[in-house]
Write a protein that binds this ligand. Structure first.
Ligand SMILES: [Zn+2]
Length: 271
């Protein structure tokens, strides 16, 4: 039977808790315990990491061509994702049968997407065990100020920490991810935000303004600050919310730049 995303989160959280050392999950120790070896080599632009099965053993291939360009939070997320392919029964058994999870014709695109989502879900919950994360977040300032502390505690990337923060439903939040060329990449909101506004994930009517984001990135570059913040009405960001109506809540808008990976705008609304 297939493991649900909740089961996968629970499995990852248990494992993360067992390998927490000074609040940070020791991924190398987890791999070592399962005799999974890391092999670093030059693989061009293909991937950052990949779990492979060879002669009855599992290996995590790490691409040095990509590693040198990545911060440790991204590398750790990649390793945690590959560990997900090992610890999720359905993924491990496919690999053991010689079925590739990524570049193969064995699986449909939809199936590959599902597998990747499950491994990402595992990775976030492994690196940032839920109860531990919530306890720490409750002591911190809401929004990016707290997320920066969480990111350095767990040694994770800003993007994965922000997404995990939104998923934990700490408050009514929306993250909007921008590409490096300032175009819209994706948006994701918390359950409280859905309840507060009636808007739903996968159908968020984001009003995006690439020139505005470009300007925000330029200010961040010239000021040297981690992120920019300002007050914002909901109608500024959502095309279905009319200005001045009862649903036009006032919130906190914070924008952070992610180097070559674009940036994130986080909106936080008090209920
Ligand atoms: Zn994968």
């Amino acid at each position: 039977m297939q493991q649900s995303l909740d089961d996968i989160a629970e499995l990852a959280e248990d494992l993360g808790n067992r390998f927490l050392f000074r609040g940070k999950v020791n991924l190398e120790k987890i791999a070592k315990g399962k005799r999974i070896r890391f092999i670093e080599s030059n693989y061009g632009n293909h991937f950052l990491g990949q779990l492979v099965h060879y002669s009855r053993k599992f290996y995590i291939l790490l691409n040095t061509d990509q590693l040198t360009k990545s911060e440790s939070g991204r590398i750790r997320f990649t390793i945690a994702h590959e560990l997900g392919h090992y610890f999720i029964d359905g993924h491990r058994s496919k690999l053991a049968k010689g079925i590739s999870l990524s570049f193969s014709g064995d699986l449909s695109e939809q199936e590959c997407k599902k597998i990747e989502n499950a491994a990402n879900h595992f990775a976030a919950n492994l690196l940032m065990p839920k109860t531990h994360f919530l306890k720490l977040a409750s002591k911190l300032e809401p929004g990016l100020a707290g997320i920066f502390v969480l990111k350095s505690q767990y040694d994770t990337s800003i993007e994965s920490t922000t997404k995990h923060y939104v998923n934990q439903n700490i408050s009514a939040t929306v993250m909007i991810k921008w590409r490096a060329d300032h175009t819209f990449h994706y948006a994701w909101c918390s359950k409280s935000f859905t309840e507060m506004t009636g808007l739903k994930n996968f159908h968020l009517p984001i009003r995006f303004d690439s020139d505005y984001i470009k300007g925000q990135f330029e200010i961040i570059d010239s000021s040297g600050s981690d992120y920019l913040e300002t007050a914002t009405p909901l109608s500024r960001w959502f095309s279905t919310i009319m200005q001045g109506t009862s649903k036009d809540f006032l919130g906190l808008e914070q924008t952070v730049k992610l180097g070559d990976f674009g940036g994130i705008t986080l909106l936080t609304f008090q209920q």
